[in-house]
Design a protein around this ligand. Structure first.
Ligand code: CP3
Length: 344
């Protein structure tokens, strides 16, 4: 059976673009909120394979996208390394921040595989239940983005703490990125061994990186992860999603070795068709605000994306995760628009 998503990542252009949505499993779905209420916190949900598998499959049953994304989080890596991580309802993630080289030295890559075993079990359970024409995406955060949470101790608006730390402790920060490259590579390979068929690296906060540090904080760690995964699993495509990097996208694509690039909505679909699609398959980039709004504006914006990018290898997605207030009916309508694309 053909899998539109994997075919597209291999560079093919099919009858309609495949689609999936970032945060397709999550709080906008009532069935997710029900599971979440039963779990003993968000991380408990991530580490309970039967529940995490059900949550991964919920949007597949509702919307029939061409890919499922593993239900987990990018912050399981710092947690697995031994950092204190918790999710406080309504406040996002809280971590005991890394402040000194000694804090860093306490992190232990030797414990990550066992700690993350439930996540690999989730991958196995999901793959066993998914139809053949729906692919399973594994993922991780990119080292820079994960490091922002590890050093800031949670979400931040200005990134001052992590940026000044990285600049004043250059050696320690390089060691931290090395540690994240190593543990993330092993984590992604274990997801592949358990059944993940494609991988996505989320560099959500790449936009905060000064141009002068872009190579060493974003490009090089990403390139090393890609090379490490490809050394053992050359057949597995890797999507890189570095948000907010605008003019540096071609550099990011050409110098990291990623197979496809995720786009935010700062680049217009028409610009992406000329500047990026000739380089590699592209994924994106309907702003989630249109999906939240729904109606004629959503339809118009979705058609604009489809028209601009469907002529080449293209995976329809959003420019960032689904907003938690989004009515599921809007997502159903969007799925229908994409599924019918090219048939009328
Ligand atoms: O459906 C999916 O997309 C799969 C699961 C997934 C989650 N997080 C579940 C989640 C994925 C791929 C992520 C990635 C992730 N996590 C990123 C990168 C992508 C992005 O959104 O930019 C980042 C930066 C994180 C870190 C993170 N996790 C934050 C900042 C938060 C709190 C924000 C909030 O909206 O509360 C989370 C929590 C989180 N991860 C939730 C979900 C469904 C909500 C938690 C809950 O149910 O209480």
């Amino acid at each position: 059976m053909t899998n539109l998503f994997l075919d597209t990542l291999a560079g093919k252009t099919g009858p309609r673009p495949p689609f999936w949505f970032m945060r397709q499993a999550g709080r906008f779905l009532p069935e997710y909120r029900e599971f979440r209420a039963q779990a003993d916190g968000f991380l408990d949900l991530c580490y309970t394979p039967e529940r995490a598998a059900r949550v991964t499959l919920q949007p597949i049953e509702r919307f029939r996208p061409d890919a499922a994304i593993l239900f987990s989080d990018i912050l399981v890596i710092p947690h697995a390394l031994g950092q204190n991580v918790s999710f406080v309802e309504g406040h996002g993630p809280k971590l005991e921040p890394i402040q000194t080289a000694a804090d860093l030295a306490r992190l232990d890559p030797g414990r990550t595989h066992d700690h993350l075993a439930p996540v690999f079990e989730t991958v196995r359970l999901v793959r066993a239940e998914l139809p053949d024409d729906v692919a399973l995406i594994g993922f991780a955060g990119s080292p820079w983005t994960v490091a922002t949470y590890m050093i800031e101790g949670g979400s931040t608006r200005d990134f001052n703490t992590v940026k000044s730390w990285a600049i004043t402790h250059r050696n320690a920060f390089a060691t931290m990125l090395d540690l994240l490259v190593e543990s993330t590579t092993a984590y992604l390979l274990a997801q592949v061994a358990a059944g993940a068929q494609a991988l996505q690296l989320f560099d959500t906060w790449a936009s905060a990186v000064p141009a002068a540090e872009f190579e060493s904080w974003v490009v090089s760690p990403t390139a090393r992860i890609v090379a490490g995964v490809k050394a053992k699993a050359p057949e597995i495509p890797i999507i890189g999603f570095a948000r907010g990097i605008g003019p540096r996208l071609p550099d990011y694509v050409c110098n990291t070795g990623i197979d496809a690039v995720g786009l935010d909505s700062a680049i217009s679909p028409a610009e992406a068709a000329t500047s990026l699609q000739p380089l590699c398959p592209v994924q994106g980039n309907l702003d989630p605000a249109y999906l939240l709004a729904g109606g004629a504006e959503m339809e118009r914006a979705a058609h604009e994306v489809l028209e601009a990018l469907s002529g080449g290898p293209f995976i329809f997605n959003l420019a960032h995760g689904i907003n938690k207030e989004t009515p599921p009916a809007h997502v159903e309508r969007l799925a229908e628009i994409i599924r019918n694309w090219g048939t009328t």
